[in-house]
Design a binder for this molecule. Structure first.
Ligand code: 26Q
Length: 808
């Protein structure tokens, strides 16, 4: 089954080094060795990819196309070696050749082609789709620069470019022969020919889309899928007519214009700015992808009539929503179908996943921009909108409802409504989130087409997020649950529950965690020069910085602890280390202020002798997939404290749970389902429920009252306002919480309403921690019941209920 022995791998690496770099193993640098490893594994996967394609074609299987503007892949070398079953051999071969395997792995840059949850989800699902042997492909943009690198300078976030391709490109296979042309702008000309109306887009600007394929290995299978990343190039790099006139710079303008499309990932998460370059990115990648899919379908079947039987297109939020009019365009303009036939196929091919209920993250595009950039797609979209509106009118006879459901209204194109109109399924990403979509955000559409609305609770790649990153825990699980079975059957983790009364097992669990904490402390010291105390509770909040995620609430509790320590140096008996990691969107000023606040507070506490060995705050720079991989195994407390109703699911929460951390959290997103399996006794829930949040807002929420009535809260907010020893005052955040700011209501995310309950939950957590046996037991239950949060389960549900494809 394994494609390599240590010896054959050594031989393969040796010849790679010679062919590619003209070097022997002794002469090669670590970077060259990393590349050689990637090339060797890539070849193996490419060969298997050919087999997979053949089988899929021969068996005429339906193929899943997963479209996402983001794939947050992280590193691939260790992961691919793991999935191919050659990780031990690779490590040994590297050592034999005089390299440290860990150093080679560490050298690989993260492929950071995503912001956060939505992008990482896509990456986890690629792994599961492949492991479950589903014929599938991912599609995105081959961004030259991924998510920025974060530095903290004087407490503040500074963004640096992420040039991941220098080394990361070793995984990419360019396929220029499969390039596609994507057209922007120009004007439409219509003419009749042979009784058919033809439409051509004239004087358009053409951009070439060049595929770069990344092979995806599954675990314990030869099945191999592909992630296709489109790069943008101009069809004519130099305009020779300008060049010949001596206008050398102008002659390359086209090329520069085309290439900006794939230059950089938009670093905004759960927030949208209607920039024309973003719309260009979306259409560029959608059009190239639909052309690629339909062309391959035609080559295999010679007709488009059965397209929906052999293909399904899953879109990751509305960002690829243009697939709907683009597929219509190809079916009508190129395949010569009439509207109804094309619509029948499109609406049986596309499914949409929603990832957010935040109003500022619902995608809307100005009609004039849309029309200017995509004239033909605009025409089709208006026709979709017209017919959909007719249906809504006929169903409801209610102007307000029709307006709410409209695809185009008041000069704005609403992408979510386009997806609902043109999709066969709409799903949320947790039970609570899907309920909110059905009952609130999309209630009118759901009233008309209730069967379209589904739920698929998110999941994570448990092989990466447990087995690969936490080998100590992996071997404990193997010892207790019957070997590696849980790798393919994550529900087998449940067997761990049987050992809740076994002191020896609980002791081992504690030792594993302790070792992981020590390893993380070493790493943090090497990276940032901070000394962490492995005897303290590692209390962690890592995720994008966003007000709704309430990092500021965490800070308020820490200030409260700090103030208590000032009154009574013995107020804390259980030492605590609060770890934060978060990137803020560069344009999100409040988020950046909160990062600065965390750093001010960390510095204040560091310099206060009263806090020594009791309280520490650390801001971890540049939070990313590879940092999460080190941190999750070392975490003891998982902070999941969003305002109830706002976090669609969360997936970090699942990573913590799987690694035995206990959750302090609200009943939001997938926390609700964690609570379903864990009960009150195995997590620390607090705060308002989603419906209570809604009620409180309706009644008129007055945070100032809480400030007046709660002396601790009063003191905490005052100290925020007064500032810290670094001289930075946070009166702006104080104002925002108590009085609001132009446009935003006071304390929009109800931090003050949940403050007291949160402090109590944290206190209870710390008290529980002191009872080591109890804590370890809870930790074991968390691991045991995390199986349902495996991506294999989630992808299985997509396959069964939405895609209707078979799987392992
Ligand atoms: C859209 C248009 C223009 C610019 C940016 C964007 C954009 C980019 C990224 C909008 C939203 C995102 C990312 C959203 C996201 O990550 N949502 C998270 O998805 C996770 C996976 O389902 C959930 O677990 C999280 O709850 C949700 O916040």
């Amino acid at each position: 089954m394994t494609p390599f022995t240590t010896k054959s791998l050594e031989d393969a690496l040796t010849s790679r080094l010679m062919i590619h770099f003209g070097k022997t193993a002794e002469e090669a640098s670590e970077a060259e060795m990393m590349r050689a490893c990637a090339l060797v594994l890539r070849d193996t996967m490419a060969l298997r990819g050919v087999e997979t394609k053949k089988t899929t074609a021969r068996e005429e299987k339906r193929k899943v196309h997963y479209l996402s503007l983001e794939f947050l892949m992280g590193r691939s070398l260790e992961k691919n070696a793991y999935n191919l079953g050659v990780l031990p051999q690779l490590k040994e071969a590297l050592e034999q050749m005089g390299f440290k395997a860990a150093d080679i792995f560490e050298l690989e840059p993260d492929a950071g082609l995503g912001n956060g949850g939505l992008g990482r989800l896509a990456a986890c699902y690629l792994d599961s789709m492949t492991t479950l042997e589903i014929p599938a492909a991912g599609y995105s943009i081959c961004y030259e620069l991924g998510i920025f690198k974060q530095k903290i300078v004087e407490g503040q976030q500074v963004e640096l470019p992420d040039n991941w391709k220098d080394l990361g490109a070793a995984w990419l296979l360019p396929r220029p022969e499969e390039a596609k042309e994507v057209r922007f702008g120009g004007t439409l000309r219509e003419f009749w020919d042979n009784g058919h109306l033809h439409i051509v887009q004239e004087d358009a600007t053409t951009v070439l889309a060049i595929p770069n394929d990344m092979e995806i290995a599954g675990y314990n299978t030869r099945h191999t899928n592909v992630l296709r990343l489109w790069d943008a190039k101009s069809p004519e790099p130099v305009d020779m007519s300008l060049y010949s006139k001596g206008e050398y710079f102008k002659a390359t303008e086209n090329e520069a214009m085309a290439e900006v499309i794939a230059k950089v990932l938009y670093p905004e998460d759960n927030h949208i700015e209607g920039k024309s370059l973003r719309l260009k990115q979306q259409y560029f990648f959608v059009s190239a992808t639909v052309q690629s899919i339909t062309q391959k379908h035609m080559e295999r079947y010679g007709t488009m009539k059965n397209f929906h039987e052999k293909n399904v297109i899953q879109i990751n939020d509305t960002h690829p929503a243009l697939v709907i009019p683009e597929l219509m365009r190809i079916l009508i303009d190129d395949a010569g179908m009439d509207w109804d036939e094309a619509w029948g196929i499109t609406t049986r091919s596309v499914a949409y996943t929603n990832h957010t209920v935040l109003a500022e993250a619902l995608e809307r595009w100005p009609q004039d921009l849309f029309q200017r950039l995509l004239p033909r797609v605009w025409q089709i979209t208006t026709e979709i909108a017209r017919r959909w509106q007719e249906r809504c009118e006929a169903f409801y006879h209610d102007r307000d409802k029709v307006r709410d459901m409209a695809v185009i209204w008041d000069g704005v194109v609403r992408m979510a409504n386009l997806c609902i109109a043109g999709g066969m399924a709409v799903n949320g990403v947790s039970a609570l989130h899907s309920d909110i979509l059905r009952r609130d955000v999309f209630k009118n559409a759901c009233g008309m087409e209730p069967d379209k609305f589904k739920n698929v609770t998110n999941g994570i790649d448990h092989r990466r997020w447990l087995s690969e990153i936490n080998p100590g825990l992996h071997s404990l699980i193997c010892d207790l649950t019957g070997g590696e079975r849980y790798l393919m059957e994550p529900m087998a983790l449940k067997r761990l529950d049987d050992f809740a009364g076994d002191s020896e097992v609980l002791q081992r669990l504690e030792e594993i965690k302790r070792k992981n904490k020590e390893a993380f402390a070493d790493y943090a010291y090497r990276q940032q020069g901070v000394s962490l105390d492995p005897a303290s509770i590692f209390d962690v909040q890592v995720k994008r910085l966003h007000e709704y995620k309430r990092q500021l609430l965490n800070v308020l509790n820490i200030i409260a602890l700090y103030e208590k320590l000032q009154d009574d140096p013995n107020a804390i008996t259980q030492p605590r280390t609060f770890l934060f990691g978060a990137k803020a969107a560069p344009g999100y000023a409040v988020a950046k202020r909160i990062i600065r606040l965390i750093n001010s507070l960390a510095d204040q506490i560091d310099h206060d002798p009263v806090c020594k060995d009791k309280l520490q705050v650390v801001f971890l720079e540049n939070y990313r997939v590879s940092l999460a991989e080190r941190l999750m195994p070392a975490s003891e407390v998982s902070q999941q404290i969003s305002t109830a109703g706002k976090e669609a699911s969360g997936t970090g929460n699942m990573k913590f749970m799987m690694n035995g951390a206990l959750t302090v959290g609200t009943l939001d997103g997938a926390n609700v389902e964690m609570h379903d399996v864990l009960g009150d006794e195995n997590m620390f829930l607090f705060g308002l429920r989603a419906d209570e949040v809604e009620n409180l807002k309706r009644q008129g929420y007055l945070p100032q009252r809480l400030y007046i009535r709660d002396p601790l809260l009063h003191r905490v907010l005052d100290s925020l306002k007064a500032g810290f020893r670094d001289g930075v005052r946070y009166e702006d955040l104080y104002q925002r919480l108590l009085f609001g700011e132009r446009g935003t209501p006071a304390d929009e995310y109800l931090l003050l309403a949940d403050f007291a309950a949160y402090c109590r939950a944290e206190e209870k957590m710390a008290r529980t921690y002191a009872d080591r046996r109890k804590w370890n037991e809870m930790s074991l239950h968390n691991i045991a019941r995390s199986g349902i949060f495996a991506a294999d389960r989630a992808v299985g549900e997509y396959a069964d209920n939405i895609w209707h494809v078979s799987h392992r």
